[in-house]
Design a protein around this ligand. Structure first.
Ligand code: FE2
Ligand code: FE2
Length: 356
């Protein structure tokens, strides 16, 4: 059993991130009961939560290494929410200590986004209808640099080789292979036509009942064709990929973030078809097996329907019922655009570094 103490580590401001990361690595190897009995001793609970808050303070001060640590640890905690443990006792899943730490890190991640995402000048009419809200969202998306980003439009489409594609696909794993679970989480608590829209979306994710057409399996077909080994997936993830994955979970799984999530995932669906076209072009140019790229073919058409249905039945409906929710919906749209931009800028600069 883990017997380390946080005492003494907390005072060392310089090593907050390193100490926190080290303690979390140890805790995540333990069972929930062992973690909680450790945290019940010697005020360890208070101290580890203080350490997490100190990390958040460093994130708020803009320390890049602290932002990195926060997202790395949050990513590991979120992994637990997307796997079924062997039983209720052996994994760390049941720990209340980890839940408390997760909540603090989520607050740090939200504050970081609020402070770093560029504020866009968007004029919103005082009497806003749902259809006007959707028009504003589409205008914002089309005017943003993430829309048809040069990484997709030129670098991937025209120049990427198989190694570049491997790297790209390996980075995509923080969202694509769990997209069905994200949709399932996002719909919790909805009723009526919005719930039906997300149910429809989920059923498409399930291949409309056809096992060989389940989207997560189709995605795996592409990674298999590229020879990406399953073990290496999850390693070599860029910070930007981890951050995009974490924001997706944070907005899909927390009910208080529902409106931001509605905007974020609506924008994501809207951006997909044009991006998939570029990936498909790259795939064919590299003469990769055509039956392995069905995931991207399917999403070129299905996500066009998904975004239209989403805008009409989730966003338009929500704004017509309560125009005040639009502020958070729009915030979610902008968070998607900005985090996607950070991610694509990273891919673009990595590609130019490779070809330089
Ligand atoms: Fe899908
Ligand atoms: Fe979709």
């Amino acid at each position: 059993m883990f017997s380390g103490s946080v005492l003494g580590k907390i005072a060392d401001h310089e090593s907050v991130g390193k100490n926190f990361s080290e303690i979390m690595s140890n805790l995540l190897l333990q069972s929930g009961d062992d973690i909680d009995s450790w945290s019940d001793q010697n005020s360890n609970m208070v101290l580890i939560l203080e350490l997490a808050k100190s990390l958040n303070s460093q994130v708020a001060e803009g320390q890049a290494s602290a932002v990195n640590t926060l997202h790395e640890v949050l990513n590991r905690l979120y992994s637990l929410d997307f796997e079924i443990p062997k039983d209720s006792q052996s994994g760390p899943h049941s720990s209340y200590t980890l839940r408390a730490i997760q909540s603090i890190l989520e607050k740090g991640a939200m504050d970081h986004l609020e402070n770093t995402v560029t504020n866009l000048e968007v004029s919103i009419p005082r009497k806003l209808s749902g259809s006007e809200a959707v028009k504003i969202i589409k205008d914002v998306i089309h005017a943003h640099g993430a829309f048809d980003h040069p990484y997709y439009k030129t670098t991937l489409r025209e120049h990427a080789n198989i190694e570049d594609l491997k790297y790209y696909f390996a980075q995509e794993i923080t969202v694509d292979p769990r997209f069905d679970d994200l949709i399932a989480n996002l719909q919790v608590g909805l009723r009526g036509i919005a719930k039906m829209e997300l149910a429809h979306n989920y059923w498409d994710e399930m291949g409309n009942g056809e096992p060989s057409e389940v989207h997560t399996d189709l995605f795996k077909r592409a990674t298999d064709a590229l020879g990406i080994c399953e073990k290496s997936l999850g390693q070599n993830l860029s910070f930007e990929s981890i951050l995009c994955g974490n924001v997706s979970v944070l907005l899909a799984c927390r009910r208080d973030n529902f409106y931001r999530g509605a905007g974020y995932f609506g924008a994501m669906e809207y951006l997909v078809p044009i991006r998939m076209d570029h990936v498909l072009h790259c795939w064919k140019r590299n003469k990769l097996p055509s039956d392995a790229i069905r995931y991207h073919e399917v999403h070129m058409s299905v996500d066009e329907q998904h975004s239209e249905g989403w805008f009409k039945n989730v966003i338009e409906k929500a704004v017509d019922e309560n125009p005040a929710c639009f502020a958070e919906i729009l915030e979610g749209v902008i968070w998607r655009l900005e985090t996607s931009m950070w991610y694509l800028d990273m891919l673009e600069s990595r590609s130019s570094a490779l070809t330089a």
